[in-house]
Design a protein around this ligand. Structure first.
Ligand code: ADE
Length: 223
């Protein structure tokens, strides 16, 4: 998969895309992440990429020219899914991460300031995506969140594929509680069933725990 990110803060991505699992995924050739500075695409001589909103109001709005030209140039003749991060978009979910992990080419435009010229959406954007019901200062962190959630689902990125199966949001459930050594930590012990060696009983217990936890914390996601 190739992921292109368009941002006015390209340096923000360095520590995220060049560390840990995202770094390894790129080294393995499973994903190629390219970060583009929006200012490199502006025709404005002072590298300006924003302007005051028509009709008045506070803040600045990203102008359409640099974004539209950046997307066109980056795409070239490739077929790409183009996403725009904005708090007004549809909420990003694990199911969308899964769909996106099957795409060959993704372009993510990071929204900023008070917004982005609406015409950009009609001209080059397939979907606006929000990462949750809160407003951040920009779309960079949402873009990182999406890249991380998508890339880890690409086959081969995580060491053990099976670790994806039991995790939160799979089968509409939160993940069951996990324990490791020691079995007695400062007087706090672990459920006996986990020491029983009875795999059927452990499976059943984990499922019950996941259901109970989901009902309590996230009744909205239970299927
Ligand atoms: N930009 C600002 N807030 C955002 C959010 N919650 N999701 C996506 N982009 C944003």
């Amino acid at each position: 998969m190739r992921i292109d990110i368009i941002t006015i803060f390209p340096k923000m991505f360095d520590p995220i895309v060049n560390e840990s699992i995202l770094k390894r995924a790129q080294e393995k050739g499973l994903v190629e992440i390219r970060v583009h500075d929006l200012r490199d695409y502006t025709e404005e001589k002072h590298r300006k990429v924003d302007d005051r909103p028509f009709g008045g109001g506070p803040g600045m709005v990203l102008t359409p020219q640099p974004i539209v030209d950046a997307v066109k140039k980056i795409k070239g003749r490739r077929k790409c899914k183009v996403l725009l991060t904005c708090p007004g978009g549809k909420t990003f979910k694990q199911s969308q991460a899964k769909h996106l992990s099957n795409e060959k080419n993704l372009v993510i435009i990071c929204g900023h300031y008070e917004g982005i010229d609406e015409r950009v959406k009609d001209l080059v954007v397939d979907e606006c995506v929000s990462i949750g019901d809160y407003v951040l200062t920009g779309g960079e962190i949402p873009a990182m969140v999406m890249v991380d959630a998508v890339v880890r689902l690409i086959p081969g990125v995580l060491g053990k594929e099976e670790s994806l199966e039991a995790e939160s949001f799979e089968q509409g459930l939160l993940e069951y509680p996990q324990y490791t050594r020691p079995a007695n930590f400062r007087g706090k012990t672990i459920p006996d069933v986990l020491l029983s060696g009875n795999h059927e009983a452990i499976k059943k217990w984990r499922h019950q725990q996941a259901v109970a936890k989901t009902k309590k914390i996230r009744p909205d996601i239970i299927q």
